[in-house]
Design a protein. Structure first.
Length: 92
């Protein structure tokens, strides 16, 4: 949680804003840890599960070719965008 507190202090200097008080800062930090865990887990899960689909019996044929690579790229870009957008929107 100290990482997000440090990021908030840096953004406070850059954006000329007042930093949060201690308790709201810790609540924001813990919330951002959960957001990072959620979206990081989704990105990791997609990069592990989608390449393994051809080996799974009964998997849809559409996900067994280049389409799975496209899904993996889209999921990675979307989760990364949401993660970084939340850092730049929530933390300052």
């Amino acid at each position: 949680s100290a990482l997000f507190g440090a990021i908030e202090q840096a953004f406070a200097v850059i954006y000329h804003t007042k930093p949060r008080e201690f308790l709201p800062q810790k609540v924001m930090s813990i919330g951002m840890i959960f957001v990072f865990t959620l979206f990081g887990g989704v990105a990791i899960l997609s990069s592990v599960a989608l390449p393994a689909l051809p080996d799974i019996a009964g998997a849809p044929e559409a996900l067994k070719g280049g389409f799975s690579l496209l899904v993996q790229i889209v999921v990675g870009v979307v989760t990364g965008f949401i993660l970084f957008a939340s850092v730049y929107f929530v933390v300052p």
